[in-house]
Design a protein around this ligand. Structure first.
Ligand code: FES
Length: 82
C-alpha cells in the first residue's frame, strides 16, 4: 500500500492523511483517528490497520496489504457482516 492509497475506504482517507494526522496530533488511542476525516467510523474494516499505523507510523508499504487485496477483503468482510 502506497501513501496515496485509501486506508479507510468508507471515507476515502488515504494512508498519507492518516500518517500526517498521527504526526501532527499524536493520538494516544486509535479511536482518536476518527478525527481524521472520520477514518474508521464506517464499516470498521480499516480499524486494525489504523491501529497498526498508529503504533508503527513508519510502517512501510510492504507491511500493509496490497490495495486490491485490501479492497477485496473489505468487500468480503462487509458481506459477512450482513
Ligand atoms: S474502511 Fe474504514 S470504516 Fe470502512
Amino acid at each position: 500500500m502506497k501513501d496515496d492509497d485509501e486506508l479507510c475506504l468508507c471515507f476515502h482517507v488515504t494512508k498519507r492523511k492518516v500518517k500526517q494526522f498521527i504526526r501532527v496530533h499524536q493520538p494516544t488511542v486509535p479511536s482518536q483517528l476518527s478525527d481524521c476525516y472520520g477514518a474508521g467510523t464506517g464499516c470498521g474494516w480499516c480499524r486494525p490497520f489504523l491501529k497498526r499505523l498508529m503504533e508503527q507510523p513508519d510502517t512501510d508499504a510492504t507491511q500493509l496489504p496490497d490495495p486490491d487485496a485490501y479492497a477485496t477483503n473489505r468487500r468480503q468482510y462487509r458481506q459477512r457482516k450482513k
